[in-house]
Write a protein that binds this ligand. Structure first.
Ligand code: HEM
Length: 483
């Protein structure tokens, strides 16, 4: 019996070693091309994912990048993250190369887990989907189109501050910022204004975001499984909203320009085809996901930096009060007011540089090509990194110093400041985000000064940067002017 057990153990160890050997061999073979960029490939499947993720969990995702840039003395290095061979591209020349070769040498790529949660959304790497979206979005999201929504943004911001900030001594900033940006997205994308309905939609969104960053294990009860279910639930809700809007539009009781949903329903492609209901629901889901967590992170970090840097707060306050004082009581913000918020926008830009909501994104090599003398094989995943330039003293001297003046005059060098990416895949929501952030800042500083309740709150980047405890602050109300 004893011999039998020992033989069984030896056999088990033999198969285990064989499996490891095959895995290692396969893993190595994925990288065995001549003249690929320098770098390490780590263990099979895991690669260097743990180091990549853990630097983010510790609040310094740039450490993964800069450790390797220093080690390999090259702006491009190979690695293996999210289970695939990849090359990280850093610096303005690399950004320019990736951004200007979209659909020529590279195309947008998302891990399979993301594609499972959004089966046919904007987040897929399908060129057709992206093309469809590109056609619709600018009409709704270009500055001229957004002008008519400033009044609504201002009204919603006023309502938000009255309901959740005023008459409170302390608040938790991050959840409130999310509430604001999500309510605004619901109102401007699909005209959902009712608090209860917004709340009903917001919970599954939390589950989707949690699922995107979880292990892609689709078993009952896992965050990934909950995210897929939540995404299906929201899609159904959105399809119902789309159907109802079709009726209301047909009866002439809704405006064709009231929100992006009306635009999508009434816009056809060059062949005269309209998008079907579930296609529209998918697009709106992508917009709601892309459009609210990013801006809420930006708003949260604005509060963090303004609390830490009183002279920056004073500058923003002075600018916003000049605008507020020139308005009649109850008069909403207008496009001209937004154009006067130059210093506030420089402050917001500096926040987006130091605490970029999006750390970077993947592309996939469509063909073999050579860049900087290195061979990049077809199918490799390529990652551009915002921190690769934002935190590099070569492009932003004293990169950890908060300095809004960096954005005065001509501002940063081309392709060094990339919080919204670049090229054809550049964030289509950039102008929307700008308006939303400035309207938020205006309504915030007009009402309050604040102080952080935790002197040293850790930042976790997973995958968006967030103060670990949600940024609790004490509020000091300002004398009301003409709110
Ligand atoms: C501060 C706020 C925001 C930041 C920092 C941000 C950042 C980004 C970045 C870096 C990308 C490009 C990713 C890539 O290169 O593949 C992107 C794409 C995208 N963003 Fe934003 N974003 C913000 C707000 C918004 C808003 C408000 C919306 C919607 C109204 C939005 C919708 C989208 C969509 C749909 C895409 C995908 C575009 C495509 O694949 O062609 N974003 N965003």
């Amino acid at each position: 019996m004893e011999h039998f057990l020992i033989s069984l153990l030896i056999l088990f160890l033999f198969f285990l070693s064989l499996t490891f050997f095959i895995l290692f061999h396969k893993h190595k073979s994925l990288f065995s091309y001549p003249n690929v960029p320098p770098g390490a490939i780590g263990f099979p499947i895991l690669g260097e994912s743990l180091e990549f993720l853990s630097t983010g969990w510790k609040g310094h995702p740039e450490k993964f990048i800069f450790d390797r840039l220093n080690k390999y003395k090259s702006d491009v290095f190979k690695t293996s993250i999210v289970g695939v061979p990849a090359a990280i591209f850093c610096g303005p020349a690399c950004n320019k190369f990736l951004f200007s070769n979209e659909n020529k040498l590279v195309t947008s790529w998302w891990p399979d887990s993301v594609n499972k949660i959004f089966p046919s959304s904007t987040q897929t790497n399908s060129k057709e989907e992206a093309k469809k979206l590109k056609k619709f979005l600018p009409q709704f999201l270009k500055p001229e189109a957004l002008q008519r929504y400033i009044g609504i943004m201002d009204e919603l911001a006023q309502r938000h501050f009255a309901s959740f900030w005023e008459n409170r001594e302390e608040v938790l900033v991050f959840p409130l910022a999310k509430r604001f940006t999500f309510s605004l997205a619901c109102r401007l994308f699909v005209s959902v204004d009712d608090e209860i309905q917004v709340e009903r939609l917001s919970r599954p969104f939390e589950q989707i975001v949690a699922g995107i960053i979880s292990l892609p294990i689709d078993l009952p009860g896992t965050p990934f499984n909950r995210a897929i279910k939540a995404s299906n639930f929201i899609r159904k809700e959105l399809v119902a909203i789309v159907r109802q809007r079709k009726w209301v539009l047909a009866e002439g009781k809704a405006s064709p320009t009231q929100d992006i949903l009306s635009h999508m329903l009434l816009t056809c492609d060059e062949n005269g085809f309209y998008m079907n209901e579930s296609d529209i629901a998918d697009k709106i889901l992508g917009l709601l996901i892309g459009g609210h967590d990013t801006t809420s992170v930006a708003c949260t970090f604005i509060l963090k930096f303004l609390a830490e840097l009183p002279h920056v707060y004073d500058g923003v306050y002075a600018e916003q009060m000049e605008i507020a004082k020139a308005k009649a009581p109850g008069e909403a913000l207008k496009w001209e007011d937004i154009n006067k918020m130059k210093y506030s926008w420089n402050v917001a830009c500096e926040v987006l540089r130091i605490a970029s909501p999006v750390q970077g994104a993947f592309r996939e090599a469509l063909n073999d090509f050579v860049f900087n003398g290195f061979y990049i094989p077809k199918g490799w995943k390529l990652y551009w990194s915002a921190n690769g330039t934002h935190k590099n003293p070569e492009y932003f001297p004293e990169p950890y110093k908060f300095e809004p003046a960096r954005f005065e005059g001509n501002g940063p060098l081309p392709y060094t400041y990339v919080p919204f990416g670049g090229g054809p895949r550049m964030c289509p929501g950039k102008e929307y985000a700008k308006l939303e952030i400035l309207v938020f800042m205006h309504n915030l500083v007009k009402r309050f000064k604040w102080a952080k309740l935790l002197e040293k709150e850790n930042i976790i980047v997973d995958p968006l940067p967030i103060p670990q405890k949600g940024l609790p602050v004490r509020l000091f109300p300002r004398q009301p002017l003409s709110l």
